[in-house]
Design a protein around this ligand. Structure first.
Ligand code: ADP
Ligand code: MG
Length: 339
């Protein structure tokens, strides 16, 4: 008798969940991205006990068709791509069809959803990957997910959670970055009954910065705007006076995603070099937009990293854009107009 067995689906899902869902903030990120992909204009996230006890995400997006709700919890179930080629022209945040399956494998999930055209909505409860209830229900257009008791069936993962206040801070961070990526969406974060973030959703990035970081920060930022060889750099960089002792507010977005990218960070810091003391780091809300076929978003389990086909071009454009903004003088003319 051999020793090799194929893991049952539930075990496989719990293991896969470890890659994508590390902590409550990962759930929030995946769920808010799903709401964005569903064209929501308003998203509310409410948590209790750092999100470990419950995370509720309410959106006013497209909703999920009744027949699709249970299917959406399966692994590799997605409405967003049909083949690997679609990744080269991806316009959605999601594409792997793994988040719902992963989250449902390690928590108790309730969803209430309704599409515009449906007569009634659908309510489904999935616990530890198993559907325990599915029924029609009255609901407004959009989707509400409630994730309860995260990691209740994976004690090893549960043990690694930090204190509730620390987990809430991670969630706060994820939500503020997504809010900056999408100033066209009104995003609200309620922690333990208290509203701590509420962005206007008025399409204006500066009002979003103001709403998240306050007046003093909003007054100390400089607009960035440069397009060069198909790389568009926009957003804001902080004056040296609002620099800080860590990199937490060096925020970078690539094609609307919150990412960590060494090339961009290095270019930013190089542009600031003569303006900041050692061990001081800038405040930035820097958006880099490139044609989708020139960036690979499928290189990291949580999609936190991306790879450019021409790193050098990205580096040079970011460097020029930031230097340009900081010096207040135009180093190079924008050769492509904003659309
Ligand atoms: P992916 O986002 O990669 O497609 P997910 O597991 O995150 O995979 O979601 C599976 C599917 O469930 C999505 O493709 C989408 O069709 C549906 N879905 C999930 N969340 C929402 C939502 N908030 N509104 C509408 N549809 C949703
Ligand atoms: Mg998703």
């Amino acid at each position: 008798m051999g020793k090799v067995v194929i893991l049952d689906e539930n075990t496989a899902n719990q293991i896969a969940a470890g890659e994508v869902i590390e902590r409550p903030a990962s759930v929030v990120k995946e769920m808010v991205e799903n709401a964005i992909d569903a064209h929501a204009t308003s998203i509310t996230v409410e948590i209790t006990n750092g999100g470990v006890k419950s995370i509720k995400i309410v959106d006013n997006g497209d909703g999920i068709e009744g027949d699709d709700v249970e299917l959406a919890f399966e692994r590799h179930a997605t409405s967003k791509i049909r083949s690997i080629d679609d990744l080269t022209r991806l316009s959605t945040m999601g594409f792997r069809g793994e988040a719902l399956a992963s989250i449902a494998a390690v928590s108790k999930v309730e969803v209430i959803t309704k599409t515009e055209d449906a007569k009634t909505g659908t309510r489904v409860i999935v616990e530890g990957g198993k559907v325990v209830l599915s029924e029609p229900t009255g609901a407004p257009k959009g989707t509400t997910f409630i994730v309860r008791e995260l990691f209740y069936n994976t004690p090893a993962r549960y043990k690694f959670l930090k204190k509730d206040t620390t987990e809430a801070t991670y969630i706060h961070d994820v939500i503020s970055k997504i809010a900056l990526a999408r100033p066209d969406i009104s995003i609200k974060f309620v922690n333990q009954g208290k509203t701590v973030i509420h962005t206007p959703g008025n399409h204006d990035l500066l009002s979003t910065v103001y709403s998240l970081f306050g007046k003093d920060t909003a007054r100390a930022v400089i607009p960035v705007n440069l397009t060069f060889n198909g790389v568009k750099v926009s957003g804001f960089v902080g004056k040296p006076e609002i620099s800080r002792g860590n990199r937490n507010l060096e925020m970078v977005f690539v094609n609307g995603r919150v990412v960590y990218n060494r090339t961009i960070i290095t270019a930013i810091e190089e542009a600031y070099k003569t303006r900041l003391m050692q061990k001081r780091f800038p405040f930035t809300v820097l958006k880099v937009d490139v044609p989708p076929e020139t960036v690979d978003v499928n290189v990291h389990p949580a999609k936190l990293e991306v790879r450019f086909s021409d790193e050098n071009m990205v580096y040079r454009t970011v460097y020029m854009a930031v230097s340009d903004a900081l010096s207040g003088a135009s180093l190079i003319q924008s050769i492509e107009e904003e659309d």
